[in-house]
Design a protein. Structure first.
Length: 120
């Protein structure tokens, strides 16, 4: 479940957190968001294709860390649920992966808007 204290109003990315991570450099924010967009797309694809629990866990861990780094806390807070289930020997259902994928797509759309707004 999402930690409500970690999501700020105004979109799926905590822009204040992102600004701090990028030392308040707007150009760096755009570059970080572009890199995140490329990376998250790759890891969601890998997650969807993964069959072995360790492979699934590794992809979830990368997604969680990348999302937390830019302030996409909804995504970052979803991944540990699946990681915990795997650690306890449970399988991760396709519904959770689909929910995570939808949350990632929301973030990617938000990023596209930020990049377009910046004229990049």
């Amino acid at each position: 479940m999402e930690n409500p204290g970690r999501r700020r109003a105004g979109g799926p990315i905590d822009r204040e957190h992102l600004a701090k991570q990028c030392l308040h450099d707007a150009n760096l924010e755009i570059e970080v968001l572009r890199l995140f967009d490329e990376t998250i797309t790759r890891y969601v694809e890998r997650l969807s294709a993964a069959r072995e629990p360790e492979e699934i866990r590794m992809n979830l861990h990368v997604i969680k860390g990348a999302a937390a780094g830019i302030g996409a806390f909804t995504v970052a807070d979803m991944a540990p649920q699946a990681e915990d289930a795997l650690r306890e020997g449970w399988s991760v259902g396709t519904e959770l992966i689909e929910d995570l994928s939808m949350a990632v797509e929301e973030v990617r759309g938000y990023i596209a808007g930020i990049v377009a707004e910046a004229g990049e």
